[in-house]
Design a protein around this ligand. Structure first.
Ligand SMILES: [Zn+2]
Ligand SMILES: [Zn+2]
Length: 102
């Protein structure tokens, strides 16, 4: 199940379960839209993959107990600020090595 992390890993801005600004990579690394666009250039600093908007888990039990009330968002903060210069080199290297995949 997708782990709905509570905040941006870089700037620690709160990203509640209903936030439209949450972005995730395929490993669920979670950042805010601002950091993904302005700092990360859509490259995850942990795995090198891209980001997608995080889906909203329903707050209402529409069907079969698949909702936030039974499967709440995570409260475990992962605050690991990104070094902008190191990340710029990392993102540039990925673009050179994998131009088509990225
Ligand atoms: Zn952020
Ligand atoms: Zn990642």
């Amino acid at each position: 199940m997708l782990e709905l992390r509570p905040s941006c890993e870089n700037c620690n801005r709160p990203l509640p379960a209903n936030s439209l600004d949450a972005r995730i990579c395929s490993y669920e690394c979670t950042f805010c839209a601002d950091c993904v666009e302005k700092l990360l250039a859509n490259v995850c600093p942990n795995c090198g993959g891209g980001f997608t908007p995080r889906p909203i888990r329903p707050t209402t039990n529409w069907k079969g107990d698949s909702y936030l009330g039974k499967d709440p968002a995570s409260t475990k903060v992962r605050h690991r600020p990104v070094d902008p210069e190191a990340h710029a080199r990392f993102a540039a290297a990925i673009r050179i090595l994998l131009p088509e995949a990225r």
